[in-house]
Every structure is written in C-alpha cells, then in structure tokens.
Design a protein around this ligand. Structure first.
Ligand SMILES: [Fe+2]
Length: 278
C-alpha cells in the first residue's frame, strides 16, 4: 500500500493567537487550495500549506456537543493512502470501530477515522492520484515541510501490528547518529514506519519518564506525541524564539543523523519538534 503524510492537525484554544504563533515559527500560511477541507468542516480551522499538505490548527468543540465524530485533544495525523477499502476490510475483520465517510460526491474523498491500540486518533484519506504529483508533505515548495509525526504508545508492538498488519505499512529500522543521545532504539520502545532512509515518516515511542532529564532537555519528546517540521534556517528561528522568550531544548544532532533538532511547546502546550538538515 502506498501512503504519505498529508497533514497534521493541532488543537488550539485561540485560533487567531495560535495562527500568529505558527506564523512566527513557519512564516505566513500561504494556503493554496486545501483539496481536503470538506473532510474537516465541522471545526473552525486555519491551514498552513499547499493542496492539503501541511498543518491545520483547529479549535475543538466540547466533546458532548460532538456526535457521529471523534475529536482529538492531541495533535493527530492525516495520512493519504491509495486504497482505503483494504483498510476498512481489515478493521471490520478485527471488529475495530471506525468512522467512514464517503459522501459519494464526485469531488469528495473517502476518509476513515480510527484510534490505534494506544488510542491515538489517525485519519486516512484516499486519493490514489496524489502520489505522482511534484508536491508532498516534506516538499511543498515552501520554506518548511513535515518530517515526521511521533506517536506516544503504551504498547509499541501492538501499535506497530496495527499499522503494519491492518493498515498495510512496512516497519523499518531506526537510523541513529554516531553520537546518539541517551534513549532506547529497542523496537519495543521505539519503532519507525519510514518514508525515506533518513527517518522521515511515522515514529512510535514508549513514554520514557527520564528522557528529558537524561538528555539534559527542558522537554520530554517521548510523551504526548509531536509533529516535526523541517525548516531551512533553524538558527534564525532560534533567534526569534530567544526574542520572544520562548523556552526550547536545543538537542543538536542526537537522534537522527544529519538533523539538528529542537523541541518547544506552542502556546497551547502542544509539543513541537523543529529540525534542519545539516
Ligand atoms: Fe521527533
């Protein structure tokens, strides 16, 4: 099965203030036609990216107001796939509940919302025509792209079984740098569904309470999941964060060869990773 990261949805409290924050991080939204907007229409949102690839800020509603839909209090990922019916069949076979949308409208896309075994919400969207395009989540022709989405899992092997055997993705091997930080790459504690040979894709990690402390970070990137965005000029971003007095952990190159990583919270306490190829 072909798949790729379409976008990341991040829950926010104040859309206007959060938009300003993300503009400071990534630059102006430059939203050029979100093909998939109708799939998210029940929430107020702001989109950064191109043709549906990118980042979506949304304001969740009170849970009891939502019916026939599921919200996430955490950042969640939407994944583009070439065949959603096979996923649906596998979930049916395992009696796993999901929400399937297929309005039958010519211009709409089939989509499926499901929680993986550690209850992270994942959305799948089918568009078999989008894999040959020049545009993708990590190269939208903008100043930034999506590098990976990290999911916290209380049972990494159960989550990986879900993604590999029910969704149809393929597990890869974590590529660690020479001066690796103090964290485990045992596949029961950290696993990867790669989209490249440089750790791009979906990361699944077991929460490690000492991760931040052992690596001398102010943040613990193993808890709560996070999206990671690649930018072209991380030192300019660090200057802007310094100016705004925003706390960040400068991890340098410690988990992925060739990537200088930093961690910070957005103004809604959502964990973010920003990295630059070095
Ligand atoms: Fe990460």
């Amino acid at each position: 099965m072909q798949w790729t990261i379409l976008n990341v949805s991040i829950p926010v409290n104040d859309l206007k203030k959060s938009k300003e924050f993300y503009e400071m991080i990534l630059g102006p939204p430059k939203n050029e036609g979100n093909l998939y907007q109708s799939l998210f229409e029940n929430e107020e949102n702001v989109f950064f990216g191109k043709q549906g690839f990118g980042l979506r800020l949304f304001k969740p509603k009170p849970d009891l107001v939502v019916s026939n839909y599921i919200q996430s209090r955490r950042s969640y990922i939407s994944i583009l796939v070439d065949n959603i019916n096979s996923i649906k069949g596998n979930l049916d076979r395992e009696n796993i509940h999901y929400i399937f949308n297929n309005s039958g409208n010519q211009n709409s896309f089939k989509s499926l919302l499901v929680q993986e075994p550690s209850l992270n919400l994942v959305q799948f969207i089918e568009n078999p025509n989008s894999f040959n395009d020049n545009i993708n989540g990590w190269d939208m022709g903008l100043e930034w792209g999506i590098h990976h989405m990290n999911l916290e899992s209380l049972d990494v092997r159960k989550s990986m079984n879900f993604f590999c055997n029910l969704i149809g993705m393929t597990e890869g091997k974590w590529v660690a740098p020479v001066n690796k930080g103090d964290f485990s790459i045992d596949p029961t504690e950290l696993a990867i569904l790669p989209l490249s040979d440089n750790n791009r894709g979906l990361h699944v990690i077991k929460p490690d309470d000492g991760f931040g402390w052992r690596n001398n970070f102010a943040h613990n990137p193993s808890i709560g999941g996070h999206p990671a965005f690649t930018v072209k000029d991380l030192s300019a971003l660090k200057n802007r964060l310094d100016k705004e007095k925003i706390l960040y952990s400068d991890a340098k190159v410690y988990a992925m060869p060739g990537f200088h990583q930093i961690y910070l919270y957005d103004i809604n306490a959502n964990m973010l990773e920003i990295n630059q190829a070095v």
